[in-house]
Design a protein around this ligand. Structure first.
Ligand SMILES: Nc1nc2c(ncn2[C@@H]2O[C@H](COP(=O)(O)OP(=O)(O)OP(=O)(O)O)[C@@H](O)[C@H]2O)c(=O)[nH]1
Ligand SMILES: [Mg+2]
Length: 311
């Protein structure tokens, strides 16, 4: 049975401090049509009123975090597993954001993903790996958490914090580094969210999206706009590479391409862009294609991509 767009529930949750900060950003930018929760062992207030706080493991940790222990993070999620399951009731697509390396994100996020998947949601995790200077202990905690999280996520975007250093030409101060990472996490969640919701309004339904993103491992997202002479080539180049994220779309097994342009766009141009993007994926990739006219774009043409099973 097809699921109607207006009954499709999308749930975005943060786990731990970094995850919740980025979810607060998403909620501020995209306030409607999505349900937001901020899951933490630490009960300090969240930055956005649109995100409903969910305390976990309060019996054990008294709401004061879990001091970097992933075991404590996991125990907290297990203590409140029934609550976690209830968050994902009727959810069609779930996003789980976390900064890996601390106790709550690394320890609890896999159990949160498990709850989302058990509820039947397409489960997409978006996480960061710590900076090198945070030390090997935090990196090991992050890597163990990541391995667990992969088991329960349909799709995952991993952003190494070290890459964030190259994502801007502006000087990154220590004070704003984590804020910048919050932004990267937020941007990733927002991009996938936009593509999924927009694409589904056109000719792509949730069954198509499930076909590409269920059990799809690492995914890559790219967005680009271009105008003027040779806009097609410039658009392809900037959509298919992304400095901030480690993964490229080489040999992707699944691809969602969503294009928009005004009514004067030629069939030839749409054809060229779609073909060239598809060429970057595996030859037998499952390609889902969506298009919408947008007369507000003027001379601009816009593309969004989600590539799955990237290496
Ligand atoms: N995006 C973001 N990342 C952060 C922030 N502070 C730390 N981090 C990164 O995220 C990782 C996890 O940190 P937190 O999110 O604070 O940890 P937590 O999941 O709350 O875990 P505990 O506090 O140990 O229970 C760190 O190792 C950093 O790499 C922040 O304010 N924003
Ligand atoms: Mg914390």
């Amino acid at each position: 049975m097809a699921i109607e767009q207006d009954t499709m529930k999308i749930t975005v949750v943060g786990v731990g401090c970094g995850g919740n900060n980025s979810v607060c950003r998403v909620a501020d930018i995209k306030p409607t049509g999505v349900t937001y929760y901020g899951i933490d062992t630490d009960t300090k207030p969240l930055r956005s009123n649109a995100v409903k706080p969910v305390a976990i493991g309060v019996k054990r940790g008294n709401g004061r975090g879990c001091g970097g222990s992933a075991e404590a993070g996991k125990a907290a999620a297990e203590e409140d597993y029934a609550v976690l399951c209830s968050l994902f009731e009727d959810t069609v697509v779930a996003f789980i954001a976390a900064g890996l390396g601390g106790g709550t994100g690394s320890g609890a996020a896999p159990t949160v993903a498990k709850a989302a998947r058990e509820a039947g949601a397409l489960t997409i995790s978006v996480v960061t790996k710590p900076f090198a200077f945070e030390g090997s202990r935090r990196m090991n905690t992050a890597l163990t958490g990541l391995e667990e999280l992969r088991k329960y996520s349909d799709a995952i975007i991993v952003i190494p914090n070290e890459n964030v250093k190259n994502s801007t030409t502006q000087k990154i101060t220590f004070a704003n580094a984590f804020r910048l990472i919050d932004d990267v996490l937020c941007e990733s969640v927002l991009s996938v969210l936009e593509i999924l919701t927009k694409a589904m309004l056109i000719n792509i339904d949730i069954a198509d999206i499930n076909a590409v993103l269920r059990n799809s491992g690492d995914i890559f997202i790219g967005n680009a706009v271009a105008e003027g002479t040779d806009r097609a080539n410039r658009l392809i180049a900037s959509a298919t590479k992304n400095k901030k994220k480690k993964k490229g779309m080489n040999d992707a097994k699944g691809l969602i391409i969503y294009l928009s342009a005004n009514r004067s766009v030629s069939l030839e141009e749409v054809n060229e862009i779609s073909d060239k993007i598809a060429e970057a994926a595996a030859p037998d990739a499952n390609i889902i294609w969506g298009f919408d006219f947008d007369d507000t774009l003027g001379d601009m043409i816009k593309v969004s991509i989600i590539a799955s099973n990237v290496k």
